[in-house]
Write a protein that binds this ligand. Structure first.
Ligand code: SF4
Ligand code: SF4
Ligand code: SF4
Ligand code: FES
Length: 972
């Protein structure tokens, strides 16, 4: 059996209470109504030959390979030989899948296919993993009596016979950096076209031409790279032949084994099979049993994994006294001993609180747990924080106070039961592409869509999906919008009174109802503030409250504001008031940005919380950790990341252990971050590359990529999935081993033989994880927390079913407070930031892949009106100046942004997008206000002063690395 298709039952499983019993080849089988005969036969272990069918797609019935003979319940034979993939089971029928006549018919059909197929099997990239080859063997084809005898109609030598069919040409399309299309091998089974439509929802492909001239055509008969293809790879995975093939397979050959792991990019947490030759990855194939992705993927997880073995990888520990010194390559022992001695020296001189640690949402749960343990137990303080500080910390706060727990309420599959979908401050097509495909599928099935976003994102209006309402608000006015929506729900009598009376806190609801009903919160009164016409707000509110199951999905456009926590609370208020929490199809769903944002928060990496969101001042909780860890722990919350920077500039914070996080590039006000790092005496960076932060470091500890270690990630559904080591760590150590070594060198012993032991400790100390273990994940594929004695074995899919985690749902008042970041004559535009599909976060991984072919620099989106006013033309360099700093980007003119708003991404360090963002932050959590910066945009001819200075600094830092050629490998 070929690796890719080993479990293919031919057609999708059906869910029906009604069961049907039939007989296949003399054996009775009972299956749900709606099941195909092909799938029913597969349940019995009978594989009917097939080409156009696959169980990830709806049956199509084009290849005629799967013919069967059927007798009805009345004993009368069905006419002809029906295709078993498109014929559904009926009670009492008798099916024969193997008869001499069927064998002859199938051989004849196969002979026709092979008569027009180049028979270069031995040198074909799919050799050993080709369904055409397998099926020809299965039907016993032994001779081909006609046709092109090993060539096909596209072949040059047949020009005389078939010149007209060569109009499209047999030319391979190699435009996509990751896969090729070879029309000579196409059997026109349509699987690729259906995968693009059904799984991905992009509709990039069609079959053009007829008969011999048929061929797969991207877009308007364009090369893949020029079409609307987003390179998700679904068509490649669906193709049964070598027509669509990964270039890595062409170059390296077929894989020989497969290890299931989890994508290290976004918070969807797709399961992948790492298909390997020895310790070399040949390709990543989306795992069909992955419960977050069901066999689908996006361009990042599917193809952009080459960074893991990029020549820029740091493979040797290094130390230096000062950041102006060259790096000195040392052994692991020397590097760890140096870092530990520096931390001890600093604490002896400046006090216990003079050092801290930062962990990252890219790290595994086990690694993050160990970093916070190291800080609390070995450093002896609570100065630990995580990059979730700068993205979803308001989610933790807002959902904690309203619903009682800091996590999304649903599974991703829940969207398939939604009737109304609200997407607020998120662009799933770029940030969470596999979830976006599910969402779009549900909208195509008839769900209504409301988008609340300053930009016209893809979901607002694209060929196959359009929003019913687009609330195109001004950045910074989220709270005014959610309160106006609540106003309509309350004043128009749309509250679900029964739900609220049963499930929510009466006193807080009374106060909230009175608050939102005030005239100043009406859509008409807030229209001037938000820029959204009152009628649109009213229409959206009515649809949300009355349209059936309504689900809200939100992203960083909600949280990264000075009132991020307030908007999160406002969203929870809306869901509670309309009874939209606690069942499939509804809920409040933060779309977590990075792969393990949820996990890094769960693991206690905030300065005030132990794992499981329990405050460090809680004596009982602290006592349990003190007992388990054998050390006294501090009851006072430690420093958050921005407080660490301030303390460093004050001279009281001198040492930092930073694992997997690039604070120089990702935190706001870059100049401030750089100054803070320069003020420290020992910065230890643990990362796979010499990232921007490492350029200010004194100790560089090589990190391990997700392919080189064991552990778990927790996705946005609270789903804990295994990360499995598929190759040895390039620098010799997994990240958790480095933290263990540092702790031991500091004198606090840690002793684990495998990350599963770390998870066992987490489970022992964290009630919501009590039932989590590697054994269970191995058995079930994944589990969702809360997972303990009071939940089903696999944990909790939907939260707050009968009651909220906090007991009664609590309504919070959401008073709109305009941000301090005001536009004025000097800074008349609002800059907001976001992501793009092909790049990821600070770009450290994706910039080192072919994904640069889609997006090789950050650009500034500007509305035609604003561009014209400033004399800016498409592609011009423009200076963007804010109160914090200035940078220069290329401009692109588009109506995706509204007049007065400009937009950029932050994937390239040289862009300096965070040089211009300010120190403003969320009132409750200090999450930076990335989404609102007042700026001026002017045409310029050269890079900003910061960019020139920084380019020099980066070049000098790269020169300080041992070895030659580094400069060429880095973009400077
Ligand atoms: S790679 Fe994805 S988007 Fe592109 S054609 Fe194939 S299925 Fe469609
Ligand atoms: S490219 Fe592959 S999947 Fe698409 S029609 Fe041809 S053989 Fe079928
Ligand atoms: S980046 Fe996200 S959506 Fe894409 S494959 Fe990875 S987990 Fe899935
Ligand atoms: S597999 Fe049934 S017609 Fe192709």
């Amino acid at each position: 059996m070929s690796l890719n298709h080993s479990l293919d039952c031919g057609t999708p499983a059906r869910k029906s209470e009604e069961l049907v019993t039939l007989t296949i080849d003399g054996t009775e089988v009972t299956v749900p109504k709606g099941t195909s005969i092909m799938r029913a036969a597969a349940e019995l272990g009978t594989a009917i030959p097939k080409l156009c069918a696959t169980d990830s797609l709806e049956p199509f019935g084009s290849c005629r390979m799967c013919l069967v003979e059927i007798e009805g319940a009345d004993g009368r034979r069905y006419k002809g030989y029906p295709a078993s993939c498109t014929t559904l089971v009926e009670p009492g029928i008798t099916v024969r899948t193997q008869t001499p006549k069927l064998a002859e018919l199938r051989r004849n059909v196969m002979e026709l296919y092979i008569s027009d197929h180049p028979l270069d099997c031995l040198t074909c990239a799919a050799n050993g993993n080709c369904e055409l080859q397998d099926t020809a063997g299965q039907v016993g084809l032994r001779e081909v009596r006609y046709g092109f005898k090993g060539e096909n109609h596209f072949d040059v030598k047949n020009e005389g016979k078939c010149a007209s069919y060569r109009a499209d040409g047999a030319k391979k399309d190699e435009s996509n950096p990751y896969f090729t299309y070879d029309p000579a091998k196409c059997i026109v089974c349509n699987r690729c076209v259906r995968a693009c439509e059904e799984q991905q929802g992009t509709f990039a492909l069609t079959i053009s031409g007829r008969g011999f001239a048929s061929r797969v055509s991207p877009g308007m008969n364009e090369p893949f790279m020029e079409s609307e293809c987003v390179s998700c790879g679904a068509c490649v995975a669906a193709c049964p032949t070598a027509t669509l093939t990964e270039k890595t397979v062409i170059e390296q050959g077929q894989p020989e084994k497969s290890i299931v792991t989890t994508c290290a990019y976004c918070g969807v947490g797709c399961g992948f099979e790492a298909q390997m030759q020895g310790t070399q990855v040949v390709r990543m194939v989306p795992w069909k049993d992955g419960q977050a992705n069901h066999g689908h993927s996006c361009v990042k997880g599917r193809f952009a994994w080459g960074y893991a073995t990029h020549p820029d990888r740091i493979k040797t520990p290094m130390i230096r006294k000062s950041i102006d010194d060259p790096w000195q390559a040392v052994s692991w022992d020397e590097a760890i001993a140096y870092a530990a001695s520096e931390f001890k020296r600093i604490q002896a001189k400046h006090g216990r609180n003079a050092i801290g640690g930062i962990t990252s949402s890219r790290c595994t749960n086990e690694e993050t747990y160990l970093v916070q343990k190291l800080v609390r137990a070995a450093f002896g303080n609570n100065n630990v924080d995580t990059c979730a500080r700068v993205c979803h910390s308001p989610t933790g706060y807002g959902l904690g106070v309203t619903l009682g727990t800091s996590a999304g309420t649903q599974t991703f599959d829940s969207v398939l039961d939604a009737d109304v979908i609200v997407v607020m401050g998120a662009n799933p097509s770029a940030g969470h592409p596999v979830f976006a495909s599910q969402l779009k599928r549900r909208v195509r099935e008839g769900a209504r869509l409301i988008v609340i976003d300053p930009r016209s994102i893809e979901l607002v209006d694209s060929p196959h999906v359009a929003a019913d309402f687009h609330l195109k608000l001004l950045p910074g006015t989220n709270v005014a919008i959610v309160t106006a929506l609540a106003h309509v729900i309350v004043t128009e009598g749309l509250v679900n009174e029964t739900y609220v009376a049963e499930r929510c806190d009466a006193e807080s609801f009374k106060l909230w109802r009175e608050f939102v009903a005030r005239p100043e919160h009406s859509p008409e009164a807030t229209e001037a503030v938000t820029g959204v016409p009152a009628a649109v707000v009213r229409g959206a509110a009515r649809l949300y409250a009355t349209g059936g199951n309504a689900a809200i999905y939100y992203g960083l456009g909600v949280t990264e504001h000075s009132q991020g926590s307030t908007t999160v609370m406002g969203i929870a208020n809306l869901a509670m008031a309309t009874g939209n929490v606690g069942r499939m199809g509804v809920g409040v769903n933060p779309l977590r940005g990075q792969n393990n944002v949820q996990g890094s928060c769960d693991m206690g990496s905030f300065p005030h919380e132990f794992p499981g969101y329990r405050h460090v001042s809680d004596d009982t909780v602290r006592g349990s950790f003190e007992q388990a860890w054998g050390v006294a722990l501090d009851a006072e919350p430690g420093l958050r990341i921005p407080n660490m920077f301030e303390a460093a500039l004050d001279g009281s914070f001198k040492g930092l252990y930073c694992e997997g996080e690039d604070i120089v590039q990702s935190d706001p006000n870059t100049q401030h971050v750089e100054a803070a790092l320069r003020a420290m005496e020992c910065v230890v960076v643990q990362d796979i590359f010499l990232n921007e932060t490492a350029k200010f470091a004194h100790v560089l500890l090589p990190g391990s990529s997700f392919l080189e270690k064991n552990g778990t990630f927790t996705n946005a559904e609270r789903r804990i999935s295994r990360v499995r080591k598929v190759m040895p760590p390039l620098a010799g150590k997994e990240d958790w081993e480095v933290t263990v070594a540092l702790s031991n060198a500091l004198g606090y012993p840690m002793n684990y033989a495998h990350p599963s032991e770390i998870m066992d400790e987490i489970a022992r100390l964290t009630p919501t994880f009590a039932g989590v273990s590697y054994d269970k994940i191995e058995r079930l594929g994944s589990v969702q927390w809360p997972c303990n004695d009071s939940t089903p074995e696999a944990g909790t899919a939907i939260m707050h079913i009968d009651r909220f985690v906090r007991g009664k749902g609590r309504f919070m008042l959401t008073q709109y407070q305009p941000t301090d970041e005001k536009i004025n004559e000097r800074y008349p535009l609002i800059l907001t930031t976001g992501r793009i599909l092909s790049q990821y976060n600070v770009g450290a991984q994706t910039r080192r892949t072919h994904n640069n072919q889609w997006h090789s620099e950050d650009v500034l989106e500007i509305h035609p009106h604003d561009a014209e006013e400033r004399g800016v033309k498409e592609g011009d360099w423009v200076g963007i100046a804010s109160r914090a700093g200035e940078t220069v980007l290329r401009a692109t003119i588009t109506e995706r942004v509204q007049p007065g708003v400009v937009y950029t991404t932050f994937h390239f360090p040289e862009s300096g997008a965070n040089v211009i963002t300010t120190d403003n932050s969320d009132w409750a959590t200090n999450c930076p206000e990335y989404k609102v910066t007042a700026v001026q945009v002017t045409p310029v001819a050269q890079p900003s002063e910061w960019q020139r200075r920084y380019a020099d600094f980066r070049r000098a830092q790269i020169d300080r690395l041992p070895g030659r050629g580094k400069r060429e490998r880095e973009r400077v």
